[in-house]
Write a protein that binds this ligand. Structure first.
Ligand code: PXL
Length: 279
């Protein structure tokens, strides 16, 4: 059974990061091995939360795992500059193994044109270095702009702009980049590129934006990739499932900060992947 080291925070309330990754990867038949970077009572989208940074624990925790091997390393929310350095060391060590893991870096840095409150310019620079070690990165448009020093002008970029932005991301040194959440009228696009070319996933867009959709997309993508699905198909499954549960969440009218209600639909995710693999 494939296993993934999931380096991310655990937010007790709000459906994101490790709670999402553990559920999604388990259903996809992948063993999730959590590495908590921080413990939050709620994610930072809420006006109040209690935040405990685990930077001091992270080095020893990950060094203890140097004797293990993983099929994937999937990183998400990193809470400090030092954490990025420790994660970089962990990835470098594991990439030297005989069968190196697939490295998926979800560049969780910001949204809607702004960095998250915890994210410093120094962390942005460190993230630019970290993505060189990734097989796949999954920035939203805000993160893609910060990573490539490109001016942000909203979520509706043209195909030509998306192509330019994704090429700039590859120029940073990652193997593939998927820009998530590009808005086109009624459509939401995920735009991927690797050495084989460009891949485009178009889904029905919901008017309301829910937190944690990026974490859901990246978790599904990571699970599919370590299960051996090709990148274009993995993007398609992740995009389709994220759009589907976002639509179901809209119907339930839950507050956007509570995230996407994906739990009742995890069996359908399993079928989506099995169906995809049979094609
Ligand atoms: O969904 C990304 C994310 C992950 N972890 C924490 C967050 C957020 C987004 O706000 O606050 C703690």
């Amino acid at each position: 059974m494939p296993k993934i080291a999931c380096i991310n925070d655990i937010s007790g309330y709000g459906r994101c990061s490790l709670t999402t990754a553990i559920a999604v990867l388990s259903v996809l038949g992948v063993q999730p091995c959590p590495v908590p970077t921080a413990v939050l009572s709620k994610h930072t989208g809420f006006s109040e939360y209690v935040f405990t940074d685990l930077t001091d624990q992270l080095g020893a925790y990950l060094r203890d795992w140097n004797v293990l091997s993983f099929d994937g390393i999937y990183t998400g929310f990193l809470g400090s500059h030092d954490q990025i350095s420790v994660v970089e060391e962990f990835i470098c060590t594991h990439r030297r193994q005989e069968k190196p893991p697939t490295v998926i870096i979800d560049t969780v840095m910001g949204d809607a044109g702004a960095l998250y409150a915890t994210y410093t310019p120094q962390m942005c620079e460190a993230m630019r270095q970290l993505v060189r070690l990734a097989d796949v990165i999954t920035p939203n448009i805000t993160e893609a702009c910060f990573l490539t020093d490109t001016e942000y002008h909203g979520e509706s970029i043209s195909t030509a702009e998306a192509e330019m932005l994704v090429q700039k991301l590859l120029d940073l040194g990652c193997g593939a980049a998927v820009i998530t959440g590009i808005r086109r009228d009624e459509i939401l696009c995920n735009f991927g590129m690797n050495r084989d070319g460009l891949f485009f996933d178009a889904e029905q867009r919901t008017k309301r934006v829910f937190s944690g959709t990026g974490d859901l997309f990246a978790s599904v993508l990571s699970g599919c990739l370590v299960q051996g699905a090709p990148l274009p198909e993995s993007i398609q499954i992740a995009g389709e499932f994220t759009a589907y549960v976002t639509q179901r969440t809209l119907e339930q009218n839950t507050p956007p900060h509570e995230g996407v209600v994906f739990e009742p639909y995890l069996t359908e995710l399993c079928n989506l992947m099995l169906g995809g693999n049979e094609k």
